[in-house]
Ligand binder design. Structure first.
Ligand code: ZN
Length: 622
């Protein structure tokens, strides 16, 4: 367990940190500061298979874990098995229809359920393999849990190598990614963090995450990727976001062969500028390992250390950080890189000779912790990288300095825990949980009201029950009223708020004064934060229609569905290792009775649909 020293951040990083603090007034935590690292792993994850011949091999997570274990790193971290994400959690970003399908689909039924491969699972990149839904709940559960550890301050760094599936879209799988654990993790972070920076060093553009947050300034996405006749085809330097998110999407398009020498010349200054101008309060780093030299699907030339130096550099800023996996198709190198990056975060120096481990024979003939660069040409000239860098830094200068956001009081623990509801055994959909929670919240609100002795308190509480906290959220009031019932508790229809609703920054914070004080707890959970996050996520669709990502297919459900989406209220998180809540599932059950539960996964070979061919190779991605 726990606290680990990071004495050995490496001379290079220290130099970076020093350089930085010399260069400006950005407060950098000493690079040598102790980091508390938590690590998510589920041993089931290695059992899943995308199908014979498919380049994505979940087994690489098991290989990584086995190396981490045999290097003795587990003692340096808080190790968690993720609580599997519930459907409700998954639908904080994805549509109900998509998640329902994912849960029900089996190899044999894929053709039928996807309309002959025309929706949700299209193309052979994303086959309906056996257990696909369970696989997604593990991956997403880890990233959501990681965000919760960061939010509650019990860890400085949280690692989930089963996550990082950055291509998944709101309504469909893409590029080997079915559920976007990163978006779900960031949404969780946004409950507590005003600004989150997402950094993506996978060789493919982080399109799913970018799209989800394309119109918000709460999340800056920054992707370094191969661009030009390469999956997914998006990520041009000129794509910088829309509306409030203008200039909050950063794309660094690269050519083949970028290596340890050239990569830092663009990575470090760009990240440096983002840190200075955007001032994130939390970072999510996607460490896709297909940017390593010799990757089966990649064309970059980074060594293990070149790749790991990105993690070192990000770590040197001393911000709460979630590190997730991603692509990576030469599995023995993926496990090496991620093991090395785990050690970077733990501040451990690893022996170059691999320890004995279950897969030692994979690492021959040298049996070393190394991924070497090769002699391929680097098509990224200095001039090219400079021009890209200048352009990006220029865009960043147009940003308002560290945009503010209206903050609420947010309980430091989950709502379930905060109000003392036992959630350990709550099953999603358990009606009793609902009533119990309602009663508790009502009691707390009444007690608060009595304590504060405000005359209009009772009135407010009534209205809260009927119509949501109107006074606190005037814009949402009438909507919430129409919703009735648990509207207030449900997040007063965050989904319906206009994009600006939550971004009324700089305004007086809704801090429980006057009519707005029904319940600080409830407010803290449901107000601007969530609305903003949800809006941001929801805007992924408009992003498409706005022409950023050329729509590959007509999408039909977003806006209508948004209204019905569950609130972003992770209620009953349970144990320290748990990820979230059944309560949440239930509180939305009313609105989502239709969530039928099919049983996922059994059957034979992949029944993936091949209706649509992808850009590039059929197995083009991730
Ligand atoms: Zn990739």
């Amino acid at each position: 367990m726990a606290i680990t020293d990071s004495p050995s951040l490496g001379a290079q990083t220290k130099t970076e940190a020093e350089k930085r603090s010399d260069a400006d007034d950005w407060a950098v935590e000493p690079a040598s500061g102790a980091k508390r690292v938590c690590y998510y792993y589920d041993h089931d994850v290695g059992n899943f298979s995308y199908g014979i011949g498919h380049p994505m091999k979940p087994h690489r997570m098991r290989m990584t874990h086995n190396l981490v274990l045999n290097y003795g790193m587990l003692d340096q971290m808080q190790v968690y098995r993720p609580i599997r994400a519930t459907k409700t959690q998954l639908t904080r970003f994805h549509t109900d229809e998509y998640i329902d399908l994912l849960e029900q689909v089996m190899p044999e039924t894929a053709e039928e359920l996807t309309g002959g491969g025309t929706r949700c699972l299209t193309g052979e990149d994303c086959p309906a393999f056996e257990g696909v839904f369970e696989f997604c709940t593990i991956s997403a559960g880890g990233s959501i849990g990681a965000a919760e550890r960061i939010n509650e301050g019990s860890a400085d760094v949280a690692i989930n190598w089963a996550g990082g599936l950055h291509h998944a879209k709101k309504t469909e799988a893409s590029g080997f990614c079915y559920v976007n654990d990163i978006v779900l993790g960031i949404l969780e972070l946004l409950r507590h963090h005003p600004r989150v920076l997402y950094i993506d060093i996978d060789i493919h553009h982080g399109d799913g995450v970018e799209e989800a947050f394309y119109s918000t300034d709460r999340v800056m996405t920054c992707s370094f990727h191969k661009f030009g006749d390469y999956f997914p085809g998006t990520g041009d330097v000129k794509d910088t976001g829309i509306k409030a998110g203008k200039n909050y999407a950063v794309n660094v398009p690269l050519r083949d062969g970028i290596n340890d020498t050239s990569f830092p010349t663009i990575f470090e200054p760009v990240i440096q500028h983002i840190m200075e101008w955007f001032r994130p309060t939390a970072v999510v780093l996607q460490c896709g390992a297909d940017s390593l030299a010799g990757d089966k699907l990649g064309c970059f030339n980074l060594s293990m250390h070149g790749h790991g130096n990105c993690a070192k550099f990000v770590k040197s800023f001393g911000l709460p950080t979630i590190m997730v996996g991603g692509g990576g198709y030469t599995t023995k190198n993926v496990s090496r890189a991620w093991t090395n990056e785990t050690s970077v975060m733990c501040g451990m120096q690893l022996d170059e000779n691999l320890p004995y481990n279950d897969y030692l024979e994979y690492y021959g003939p040298r049996y070393k912790l190394e991924v070497l660069s090769n002699n391929m040409d680097d098509y990224n000239s200095k001039e090219y990288l400079n021009s890209i860098k200048e352009r990006i830094i220029d865009n960043l200068r147009n940003l308002p300095f560290a945009p503010g956001v209206q903050m609420q009081q947010v309980p430091s623990v989950s709502l379930g825990k905060a109000i003392g509801v036992r959630t350990t055994s709550m099953a999603a959909g358990n009606e009793d949980v609902d009533f119990e929670l309602d009663a508790k919240i009502r009691d707390i609100m009444k007690a608060k009201a009595a304590a504060e002795g405000s005359s209009d308190e009772d009135e407010d509480m009534e209205s809260d029950e009927d119509s949501g906290p109107i006074s606190a959220f005037p814009r949402l009031g009438s909507r919430a009223k129409r919703q009735g019932g648990l509207a207030a508790f449900k997040g007063k229809s965050p989904a319906q708020s206009t994009p600006g609703a939550a971004s009324a920054r700089g305004g007086a914070g809704v801090t429980g004064k006057g009519k707005g004080k029904q319940s600080a707890i409830v407010q803290g959970y449901t107000a601007g934060f969530d609305a903003d996050a949800r809006t941001a996520a929801g805007n992924g669709s408009s992003t498409n229609s706005a022409g950023h990502v050329p729509p590959r297919r007509k999408r039909t459900f977003f806006s209508a569905q948004l209204a019905g989406l569950p609130p972003l209220i992770p209620l009953g998180r349970v144990s320290a290792s748990s990820s979230t809540s059944a309560v949440n599932g239930r509180s939305t059950a009313a609105a989502h009775l239709k969530q039928a539960g099919g049983k996922g996964g059994s059957g034979g070979k992949s029944g993936g649909d091949d209706k649509r061919s992808r850009r590039g190779s059929p197995m083009s991605v991730s």
